[in-house]
Design a protein around this ligand. Sequence first.
Ligand code: NDP
Length: 448
Amino acid sequence: MSFKSAYLSDLMERVEKRNPGEPEFHQAVREVLESLEPVIEAHPEYVEAGIIESIVEPERIIKFRVPWVDDNGKVQVNRGFRVQFNSAIGPYKGGLRFHPSVYEGIIKFLGFEQVFKNSLTGLPIGGGKGGSDFDPKGKSDAEVMRFCQSFMTELSKHIGADTDVPAGDIGVGGREIGYLFGQYKRLRNEFTGVLTGKGLSYGGSLARTEATGYGLCYFTKEMLKDAGTSFEGKTVVVSGSGNVAIYATEKATELGGKVVALSDSNGYIYDKDGVDLKAVKQLKEVERKRIKEYVKDHPNAEYHEGCSGIWTIKCDIALPCATQNEINEESAKALVQNGVMAVAEGANMPSTPEAIAVFQNAGILFGPAKAANAGGVATSALEMSQNSMRYSWTFEEVDAKLHDIMVNIYHNCATAAKTYHMDGNLVAGANIAGFLKVADAMKWHGVV
Ligand code: NDP
């Protein structure tokens, strides 16, 4: 889509020129700017105050060397990143990703998305993201620990409970957060809520592990309810088999859906009777094995190599929970042809712009990542609140707050879309609702 506004068109061109070789970042910015066309018409003051130019530029980018020693005594060198994108409404907040595909452009795209997502939660958190091209897969616990300690030795200079509070993302779960927290505490000699996703014995919040997947299903439930339907009796396909995918599967099943497929970066399983989540948890959370192992003990299930085939499985609801751009136009068409009625994004930007267009043109209910997967960061903010109070809420209390937050996010997005004459377009609704709060705060702060 091209821009009607010459201002937005010029700005997009500048973003592409200033950030060469970062297609994921361009994609994320373009989507937001497209949604803002009617907003800048109604609010020219944001353009006059330079808010849109500022919002696409990170406040700070930190890039550093991460040297560590492997089990053979050999020195390995990775790259670390932290992008502190926007702190207008609160301390920077956003996960750390450890994956070989990580480079500056990926972290910038994720940090940019995080600004709007965090705003949508209604909680006082700014946007940031970080990570490394380190691959925890196949590494021993001792290697992961040494890497995390080296990573935190540098990162600790730039974060803090009131400055920047990282969390987990792909490749960063409870084990990594533990090592990172331990090193921060040792370096700074302080016990503060500087990371979220912590273990329960040292300041973690109940329901944080489940939050992104559960939140995704609460959002989807509300979206379905608005359309007069529910999860009850629906066939669901979930991609990935990590943190988000596992707990999305758990909640979708609890709400009456039947999840028939899961995947990892090598391939996918199809179990027409509904996946045995206990077995998946054992494989992925305890044994850290590949998803294909599942079929060994489940002879009725099938394993297929390759990731995109999962979208050819007939389903009512699709929940992509693996990674960016995992649903392209062809996969979206296959889903639509097979009668999918709702797609909600657990992963960040899992659908390409062409795929989103296919869903929207077909009138499919579509919940964009910024809104649908905000439950993780929202619960991280609840973890920060509990740490500040030196108190902890019960699982039920946190889960109830998460539920209310997700219901509110859905309605705020739907209302924003309606107000700007794009009824039903939750992509635009999420971008607009997320933008308005941050832009207002930035206006109050002056040119900073
Ligand atoms: P995990 O590392 O726990 O799991 C990631 C899953 O996705 C794994 O099954 C992994 O397979 C698969 N995957 C990763 N990269 C690829 C790829 N290139 N192609 C296909 N599959 C891939 O991560 P999370 O579950 O935490 O994160 C999943 C998504 O959700 C990410 O987009 C993340 O940004 C987003 N998210 C996570 C939040 C959280 O709270 N954890 C919050 C909000 C969003 P394999 O094991 O083979 O690599």
